[in-house]
Design a binder for this molecule. Structure first.
Ligand code: 3H9
Length: 698
């Protein structure tokens, strides 16, 4: 069946794009639109309505075609063909009209939309700029500043707002979009005059300093990114040069961005994030578990409260259980505080807050969770405590209740063995703060049933989080790799790099925060107590030495005002502390570590390659099903820069052969204790392969 069809309704032509799932502008669609418009004109139609079948108007160019040689007709040619129509063309908009889809709609002479539609330019999220006139037509409708805000944030706006600012000409309120669009088209045709073209409008002038101020305003949030600056230049051109020249410049910027490693990294993540949330190989999507309506959260600490708040926010009934009365009251207060904050910031309506809190119960009695469909345990990170909790849950809960643990490091199989239902036990590792961080590692134990995995994936989706299924091992994917990264950042201290130098180098490279500032934020005692639980730590007194020294001296991080840095009261800014510097020198001396000048490149390579080496092992062991899953974990859970695509994609971009060679050098220089080369890294390094092409177990 054709992806674009033309129907004549009396003297009106209706062109329908039907290219599921999101009507992306593939080559066939582009060619189909041009053909349909030609035919409609040949048939003497008075006006044309351009609409879409399915759940949305066009959601953009077909991202799968990017990076390949473009096939004609290009989108700008399609838009030029529509603009050249002698009769009015009306875009009938529903769903999410994004990127090239909005450019197509702006090429039409008029736009009508249902009030629930959303329109926007998310290209920046793919390292791109709108490449088919969006940077030129949008400012002509809404002015330079609003256009820049829309294109640089990448966030869509609702149709009602879009209508208010002039992107949409009319809202279709009757519930029958096509009928209203046809009426609108007839009205426009009846005048007989030449249809209006956005390209003929001019952009409202701006103050002389506008663009330099705007650049300053966005500098922090667009740090390291290439496309925002290109967008600003295009909008500048919209004010300075004729539209055809500005369109030529836009096109040049678009192709430059498209060819950049940043865009390739961001496009990789677009697909990796969609792939990661699908059932892993071998797990049937049909294996559905029980419907989940009631969730119990065990433990009313920060994590438990954050999880409970997330669950309430999407409509679940939630029972929070804690053995400690004061702790339970604190947990309730935390949840209420999150709602209050949400209301104050306008993120949650007072009615929603009331509704959410109305679905919350707290209890000290395990009987209150007996009927929950799913229990998420978020108690203290100790195997003994978790085993006790799970044994108890197993006794009181319904036979079909899923029992999930929020452990961040512990053995899910051992926890499952504390119950008589290991097939119903799974890990759901939320990241802190749980109501903000998008990542959930879904840890499948040896016995975890397929239906339980599917239920956990569905839960993550409903919570609007990215659930990635991973295997069971110490620290799973994220925290296990963190050891490679953190270990090097700690060793570098002893070898001569200051905390702020290490953090600065990694932040400059793109990490959201440096490892030492993160340690202070999370609390150095957290990692300390996890290390005390481990029996497999390397026999090396240098291992996390400085973190241990600081904790034992009571410097736990921000919460105590002192950690790897010091903090002034009321400020979150880390201040380098000479006392720490002298302690580091003292420890290095005691351990016989020779201190030297270390440059930023060595800092970045040792920390990031430390990650990649552990990632290679995780992939080889099948703990992650795909290298993209590892990237999704690190980008969403650990502040790894999105524009570098995640650690494994970054390795593929640099070339696994180069990483392999450098890791061999590290092994020869620093010894094999930490730099033993994983087989997979060696195989791919020698054969010129990529992590992205490796399938565990294949
Ligand atoms: C652009 O337009 C450049 C132009 O300025 C210039 C051109 C010259 N292409 O997200 P979902 C697939 S750049 C191909 O799970 P939802 C997606 O992979 C583009 N495929 O659904 C998935 O496939 P699968 C600007 C696409 O309901 C399936 O559709 N546009 C595209 O949660 C369902 O997706 C964007 O950046 C695409 N453009 O969300 C919009 N979009 O089932 C990107 C989706 O095999 N898309 N797919 O895994 C989105 O933001 C969301 O998909 C959308 C729906 C909000 C539309």
């Amino acid at each position: 069946m054709s992806v674009v069809r033309l129907e004549l309704e009396g003297r009106l032509a209706v062109v329908t794009i039907d290219n599921p799932p999101v009507n992306a502008l593939s080559q066939a669609v582009r060619a189909g639109i041009v053909r349909a418009v030609d035919e409609a004109e040949d048939a003497g139609a008075d006006a044309i309505v351009l609409c879409c079948a399915g759940r949305t108007f066009v959601a953009g160019a077909d991202i799968r075609e990017f990076g390949k040689p473009p096939k004609p007709p290009w989108l700008p040619e399609v838009i030029a063909r529509i603009e050249a129509c002698r009769r009015p063309v009306v875009a009938a908009i529903h769903g999410t009209t994004l990127g090239g889809g909005l450019e197509l709609a702006l090429g039409c002479h008029y736009r009508i939309a249902v009030p629930t539609a959303r329109v926007g330019f998310p290209e920046v999220n793919l390292g791109l700029i709108p490449g088919s006139g969006g940077t030129q037509r949008l400012p002509r409708l809404v002015g330079a500043e609003r256009a820049l805000d829309m294109m640089i944030s990448g966030k869509p706006v609702g149709a009602v707002e879009a209508a208010r600012v002039g992107v949409i000409d009319r809202l279709a309120e009757s519930g029958d979009l096509l009928d209203e669009a046809m009426g609108f088209a007839r009205e426009q045709a009846s005048g007989g005059e030449r249809p209006r073209l956005i390209r003929d409008l001019s952009v409202d002038p701006v103050d002389p300093g506008f663009f330099s101020d705007y650049r300053k305003r966005i500098a922090r949030r667009t740090r390291g990114l290439m496309s925002p600056e290109r967008i600003v230049r295009c909008v500048e051109a919209a004010l300075q040069v004729p539209i055809d020249e500005a369109l030529r410049q836009e096109r040049e910027h678009f192709f430059e961005c498209m060819a950049s490693p940043q865009s390739s990294a961001l496009r990789h993540l677009f697909f990796a994030e969609r792939q990661a949330v699908k059932p892993p190989p071998g797990v049937s999507p049909a294996a559905g578990g029980p419907e989940i309506t009631h969730i119990a959260v065990i433990g009313a600490g920060t994590m438990g409260a954050g999880i409970a708040y997330s669950c309430l926010g999407v409509g679940f009934r939630v029972t929070v259980l804690d053995y400690d009365e004061a702790g339970l009251a604190r947990g309730r207060k935390t949840i209420e505080g999150l709602y209050e904050g949400g209301v104050a910031r306008g993120k949650v309506s007072p009615a929603k807050a009331e509704d959410g809190l109305g679905r919350l119960t707290t209890s000290q009695d395990y009987g209150a969770v007996a009927n929950a469909d799913l229990v998420i345990e978020a108690v203290f990170e100790s195997m003994a405590v978790k085993e006790q909790v799970f044994a108890r849950l197993d006794r009181v809960c319904r036979a079909d209740t899923i029992l999930a643990t929020n452990t961040s490091t512990l053995d899910v199989d051992r926890i499952a063995q504390a119950t008589g239902r290991p097939e119903k036990v799974i890990g759901t590792h939320f990241f802190s703060p749980a109501h903000i961080m998008r990542l959930v590692e879904i840890v499948r134990g040896d016995a975890t049933g397929d239906a339980v995995i599917i239920s956990a994936l569905a839960l993550a989706k409903r919570l609007r989080k990215v659930g990635v299924v991973v295997g069971n091992c110490f620290g799973f994917v994220g925290n296990r790799m963190l050891y490679g990264y953190g270990r090097e950042s700690q060793l570098l201290l002893l070898e001569g790099a200051a905390p702020e130098q290490i953090d600065g180098a990694l932040q400059e490279w793109g990490m959201a925060m440096g490892p030492h500032a993160v340690g202070d934020l999370a609390g150095l005692d957290v990692g300390y107590s996890v290390r005390r639980e481990r029996t497999d730590l390397p026999d090396d007194p240098r291992f996390y030495r400085m973190a241990d020294v600081l904790v034992e001296a009571g410097r736990l991080g921000r919460k105590t005002g002192k950690g790897m840095y010091r903090y002034e009261s009321g400020s979150r800014a880390p201040i380098p502390d000479p006392e720490v510097e002298s302690w580091i020198a003292r420890e290095a001396d005691a351990l016989g570590v020779e201190r030297r000048a270390i440059d930023a490149q060595e800092i970045v390579e040792r920390c990031i390659y430390g990650l990649i080496v552990e990632g290679a092992r995780i992939l080889e062991e099948g703990i992650a099903s795909r290298s993209g899953d590892i990237d999704v974990v690190w980008v969403n859970g650990y502040g790894f820069p999105r524009h570098r695509g995640g650690p494994m994609h970054y390795a593929d971009t640099i070339g696994v052969d180069k990483i392999y060679a450098r890791v061999c050098e590290f092994r020869d220089r620093f010894g094999p204790m930490y730099w033993e080369v994983p087989n997979l890294l060696e195989d791919l390094g020698r054969s010129g392969g990529k992590f992205a092409d490796f399938k565990p177990g294949a």
